[in-house]
Design a protein around this ligand. Sequence first.
Ligand SMILES: [Cu+2]
Length: 247
Amino acid sequence: MERFLNIVFCLFVLYATQGSAHFLLNYPPTIGFDDNLEATAPCGSFTVDFSTDNVTDFHVGGDSLAMTSIHPQATWLFRATLDITAAGGWESLLPAVEQTGLGDFCEKTVVIDASWAGSKGVIGVVQDAPDGILYQCAAVNFVSGAATSIPSICTNVTGLTAQFVSDPLLSSLQVSATGSATSSSATSTGTAATTTGTTTSSSTSSPSSSATSKSSGAATVTLSYGVLGQFIWVAAIGSATFLACLL
Ligand SMILES: [Cu+2]
């Protein structure tokens, strides 16, 4: 009985430990992920560097964003900038999207200002989570046209729902969000949920107020984990915690 209670306790510890993770940006590939520094704006403590980052072609006519949320419920801000330092000039791409459901989330047909085609830029994904505002970035080449396929990594966890909401915290990061937040919910069957609604982005170029803090430079070495690697890492840490607890 005592042994049983011990295992239950350890499972709880394992659960609590894993709950400290935040979210992963899977597509376009992130420029870097550090679970402990993900709250550092504008890119989760990483500095954009086109000479070393994994740079992805992103279609302005419609392309996909793939995330994994480790929070059962959280709200997303999807934004982009032509400032390749990611210091400012952010435009929001959609109204804030609230995800309910732990795991993979695919936001497809994200449209960028057509005039951005041909330029380098940064896509920022921001999550308003119960434990704070979290940031990830991807270095991209904006290209014309629409993506002809959805990356296989872009999926929705079964049972996921997504809807447009208003999020004051995220709104404070939005430079020019004039999107009509018509909320429509998308239930999923594990394939693909889309949030619908239109966003007209106007180009008021006031500098972003709270998203301008540059990364400290401490993390100039860009670590590029694969997603699988991240999960193996989480699993390894989790198992180690679990085993240590049992002893
Ligand atoms: Cu978190």
